[in-house]
Design a binder for this molecule. Structure first.
Ligand code: HEC
Ligand code: HEC
Ligand code: HEC
Ligand code: HEC
Ligand code: HEC
Ligand code: HEC
Ligand code: HEC
Ligand code: HEC
Ligand code: HEC
Ligand code: HEC
Ligand code: HEC
Length: 334
């Protein structure tokens, strides 16, 4: 397990001074912003203030080329450079800021590279050009000119995906929507930044390491069995066992005359992900059966004469059967 929170914290600590103040410590950050806001040109007024620290040499556009967005210096998080530089007419019909020169998103694409066209999955407000539902056009206290920070931004429009559920995915409860989702557009379903397999493997990378592996797990099809955010079932499963298993396996209990008492609790014998034993058994068959069946009792049974070292499943079906004692046809006493 790697915790992105921890990573973020380490990052903040590692990058040190200025970043620490702007990104990690809210009170000091506010102070800096206040100082910074003093340098912001008044709307409609002229200013001699130095332009904001934005374009570094590596991001400076060539002549005639639109500026490329990139990670700016921390102190530029709050003010949009063309606003800061009083280039109102870049966006407005007039220098004092009346109607827009172009509708969004076209207006934004005059300077920013269009990151939406060509992507398979587009976030609806982005596709609709509703950039200002998330971004302030002029300045903001938040980085990336966002109208709100963190999950609050997403919850402006989305219901809390955890609300009303009994079991919550810790990654959603104490993490960021943006740990898994992109805000604008991607090539993966549900606006994920990566494939489902890669998304889950970011934090759960040890579920398909053993010798036998459950096919849907090694395929990374975690969502065949789990919900991504929350569930009313333990371990975030979509359905309880055995119903979950019948999504892909023939229901061998439906017509069975005799059933093993514990058979519906599939995970008492099978690991749903992986195992060092074949058939995904939680342990070697003999040990597994011995967990619940006392050796002394078994030995007392005449059907068990001379079974030393033989596998229980040579004679018994572990699930169900047409014969009493779950005996396989070949093992029925003649
Ligand atoms: C990067 C593009 C951009 C620049 C540069 C820009 N604006 Fe704006 N401005 C916008 C957008 C987008 C809106 C929101 C329009 C809407 O939502 O209908 C807006 C809205 C406004 C409004 C309407 C009131 C408000 O705040 O919502 C005024 C007034 C305004 N701008 C003045 C200015 C002035 C003055 C400048 C120059 C100092 C400036 N703008 C520079 C994009 C820009
Ligand atoms: C006149 C050019 C221009 C226009 C038009 C423009 N931007 Fe920008 N924008 C910039 C520049 C320059 C930066 C600084 C990026 C950089 O460092 O290269 C920037 C930065 C940003 C950032 C912050 C990036 C960051 O890393 O903090 C956001 C968000 C943003 N713009 C959104 C918009 C949106 C939304 C629109 C349309 C309403 C828009 N921009 C229109 C020039 C423009
Ligand atoms: C649903 C909210 C949302 C909408 C709508 C939205 N953005 Fe963003 N945008 C974000 C968030 C969140 C980030 C910060 C991403 C991050 O931290 O990884 C961001 C970052 C950016 C950045 C800077 C970083 C980058 O990815 O280049 C730019 C530029 C930008 N947005 C432009 C736009 C434009 C243009 C539109 C409209 C076409 C738009 N955004 C619509 C949420 C939104
Ligand atoms: C301005 C409103 C608005 C904001 C803010 C917003 N969304 Fe959305 N989002 C929508 C709409 C509308 C849809 C399409 C209808 C739906 O699926 O609910 C959507 C769809 C989605 C989808 C499903 C996409 C798909 O194709 O399956 C995801 C995932 C998503 N949003 C995540 C986020 C995240 C993460 C944030 C915060 C960064 C966010 N949204 C912020 C309005 C918004
Ligand atoms: C651990 C990764 C992860 C995090 C964190 C996360 N999501 Fe998701 N989200 C997913 C996955 C995976 C799907 C696809 C679910 C599916 O297809 O069954 C999804 C689907 C969605 C959808 C599409 C509709 C739906 O509910 O299936 C929306 C909307 C959404 N997420 C919003 C959010 C919001 C808002 C947050 C933050 C509060 C968030 N997500 C946090 C992984 C995540
Ligand atoms: C950002 C890290 C992160 C990502 C990405 C992530 N998880 Fe998790 N997940 C956690 C943490 C933290 C826990 C709680 C600790 C634990 O049980 O291992 C957890 C727990 C779980 C649990 C057990 C819940 C329980 O109650 O026992 C399941 C199931 C799960 N995650 C499935 C997924 C799936 C499916 C995905 C991909 C859609 C995914 N996770 C992506 C961090 C993450
Ligand atoms: C065939 C169904 C199935 C698939 C596919 C599946 N799981 Fe599970 N998972 C389960 C079941 C059932 C449990 C509950 C096990 C129990 O009750 O002991 C579980 C439990 C978990 C747990 C918590 C307990 C533990 O073993 O750590 C995590 C975390 C988890 N799954 C993550 C994942 C991830 C990530 C994937 C994709 C790589 C995945 N699962 C694929 C069925 C599945
Ligand atoms: C998304 C589909 C899917 C679900 C749900 C599913 N399985 Fe499977 N399972 C498979 C596939 C595919 C195989 C491989 C079949 C084959 O090799 O013939 C398999 C094989 C197995 C095997 C044999 C493994 C081996 O080593 O030969 C066992 C045991 C098993 N599943 C148990 C379960 C249990 C228990 C559940 C419910 C918790 C379950 N499965 C849910 C798809 C699924
Ligand atoms: C009491 C332990 C036990 C329980 C409970 C159990 N199994 Fe099994 N299962 C086994 C054993 C042992 C094998 C290996 C059988 C063999 O070697 O003949 C097996 C084999 C399998 C196989 C692969 C071979 C086959 O028969 O297709 C599947 C699939 C399977 N189990 C699914 C399930 C499902 C689904 C459940 C829950 C309804 C379940 N098992 C409950 C012990 C159990
Ligand atoms: C989780 C506990 C558990 C495990 C593991 C378990 N059993 Fe059972 N088994 C039971 C219970 C409870 C009964 C019903 C009470 C009894 O007859 O002892 C039972 C009954 C049986 C019966 C008699 C069925 C009948 O029709 O009367 C057989 C045969 C049997 N088990 C074989 C096995 C074999 C073979 C294994 C190993 C693959 C195994 N059991 C593993 C709990 C378990
Ligand atoms: C050579 C075939 C064979 C093997 C191997 C075998 N059994 Fe049996 N088992 C039988 C027969 C036959 C009966 C029915 C005996 C009777 O009718 O009196 C039986 C009955 C049972 C019963 C129900 C009666 C009782 O004793 O409670 C259980 C439980 C049981 N076996 C469990 C096991 C376990 C666990 C193993 C593995 C350690 C095992 N068996 C291995 C043939 C076998």
């Amino acid at each position: 397990m790697k915790s992105t929170k921890t990573l973020r914290l380490l990052w903040c600590v590692a990058v040190g001074g200025v970043w620490l103040v702007t990104a990690c410590n809210t009170p000091s950050r506010h102070k800096i912003l206040t100082v910074f806001f003093d340098g912001v040109p008044p709307v409609g007024g002229a200013t001699n203030a130095a332009p904001s620290v934005v374009s570094t040499s590596e991001t400076k556009p060539a002549a005639g080329e639109a500026p490329r967005p990139s990670t700016p210096a921390p102190s530029s998080f709050t003010v949009h450079p063309p606003f800061q530089q009083h280039n109102c007419a870049e966006c407005h019909e007039s220098g004092s800021g009346q109607g827009l020169r172009l509708p969004t998103p076209q207006l934004c694409w005059t300077c920013h590279k269009d990151f939406v066209t060509g992507q398979k999955v587009k976030h609806q407000p982005v596709e609709n050009g509703d950039c200002t539902s998330c971004h302030e056009p002029h300045s903001s206290e938040n980085k990336n000119l966002l109208v709100k920070t963190g999950n609050g931004l997403c919850l402006n429009c989305h219901d809390d995906p955890l609300a009303g559920f009994k079991y919550k995915h810790q990654a959603v409860e104490s993490g960021d929507c943006l740990d898994c989702h992109a805000p604008h557009a991607t090539n993966f379903k549900a606006l994920l930044k990566k494939s489902v397999k890669a998304t889950c493997a970011d934090c759960h990378d040890d579920l398909a390491k053993k010798k036998y592996v459950h096919a849907p797990v090694s395929d990374g099809d975690c969502l065949a069995c789990h919900k991504a955010h929350a569930s009313n079932k333990k371990h975030l499963v979509k359905k309880s066992t055995p119903v979950l298993c019948w999504d892909c396996h023939d229901n061998f209990l439906e017509k069975a005359k005799f059933k093993h008492d514990v058979v519906e609790d599939c995970t008492s014998c099978h690991n749903p992900h992986q195992s060092a034993e074949n058939n995904l058994l939680t342990k070697n068959v003999l040990k597994l059966c011995a967990d619940c069946h006392d050796d002394k009792d078994l030995k007392a049974d005449k059907g068990h004469a001379g079974i030393e070292g033989r596998s229980c499943t040579e004679c018994h079906d572990p699930h169900a059967g047409t014969n009493a004692n779950l005996l396989k046809a070949s093992a029925r006493p003649k």
